[in-house]
Design a protein around this ligand. Structure first.
Ligand code: P6P
Length: 283
């Protein structure tokens, strides 16, 4: 596993350099979710694929940017599902973006997610890694080296409310929930980049990030294997919760297709209890 985390550190430095030096324009292709691909999406995906080709314990790769699975090493142990540059459309307005990695052993489902990692490309490059043991570990790059900053414990009750999805298509009860948090003094912190938005809640005392099913996109927008479940592991290991609109743990999901999405809620215990109450989820 250490080899995988060290490879992710090398990847992070290369993708950060690409963000700062390469063309931010659109390529002439789109990804499996029908989203237009930036040249940076394609380049980031290439950097990751090339890096893991040299890691024999990696059996296969699943990328947000590609339809199918890429077999690498027959005797490999882990399949890595990743979003190479999440929120990439924010790069051209100089907002933070990120890479997300889910490391699975066996069938691709939440139970077999043995570790996850994400990189934030912002004023600094930051890396957070989680396994099923202990708290997530937070690193910051300094002159090409990743220094351990510490372990992450999510606050029991926070002040950040990060409500995703198109508001005009929210359900009435979701709107009631979001509005109630604001009436209770929560601060709106939502950039449209899942990685910095969830990173901020982890580091700034807690709160809740929601991307619900909506009338136009009932199954939500965020992808289970390489966005939702890696962060679900992060939040649970940090002492928080990660559930869907029925109260099911996101780590109990078993996607039937590589690009399946799910409504998702990540947050501190107080806010998640409030969500369950308003959503009438039995605890
Ligand atoms: P919306 C970025 O495109 C992304 O996949 C996540 O990073 C982010 O949380 C979400 O979509 C933002 O979606 O619909 O709020 O713009």
């Amino acid at each position: 596993m250490l080899t995988i985390f060290n490879t992710i550190k090398e990847i992070a430095l290369k993708i950060d350099h690409a963000i700062k030096t390469e063309d931010l324009g659109y390529s002439d292709s789109s990804n499996s979710s029908g989203e237009d691909q930036l040249k940076l999406d394609v380049k980031s995906d290439y950097i990751i694929e090339e890096a893991f080709k040299n890691v024999s314990i990696v059996k296969a790769l699943v990328s947000e940017e590609k339809e199918g699975m890429l077999e690498l090493h027959t005797d490999g142990k882990y399949t890595i599902c990743y979003d190479p540059l999440d929120g990439s459309s924010l790069a051209d307005v100089n907002l933070s973006v990120g890479s997300i990695f889910g490391i699975y052993e066996g069938e691709l489902n939440g139970e077999n997610l043995v570790a996850s990692a994400y990189v934030v490309y912002g004023p600094r490059i930051e890396l957070v890694v989680a396994t099923k043991e202990g708290k997530p570990k937070h690193y910051r790059a300094q002159e090409g080296l990743f220094n351990l900053i510490g372990e992450i414990t999510l606050g029991q009750k926070g002040k950040i409310n990060a409500p995703g999805g198109t508001q005009q298509y929210w359900s009435a009860h979701h709107k009631r929930f979001v509005d109630a948090l604001f009436m209770d003094g929560y601060r709106l912190r939502y950039s449209g980049g899942m990685v910095p938005d969830l990173h901020q809640i982890l580091l700034k005392g807690g709160g809740i990030f929601s991307y619900p099913g909506t009338s136009d996109v009932p199954k939500g927008k965020l992808r289970q294997l390489f966005e939702v479940m890696p962060f679900a592991l992060m939040y649970e290991q940090a002492g928080g919760q990660a559930i869907d609109e029925n109260g099911m743990r996101l780590l109990d999901l078993a996607p039937s297709h590589l690009h399946d999405t799910t409504p998702c809620f990540f947050g501190s215990n107080y806010e998640m209890a409030a969500l369950k109450a308003l959503y009438r989820i039995k605890v």
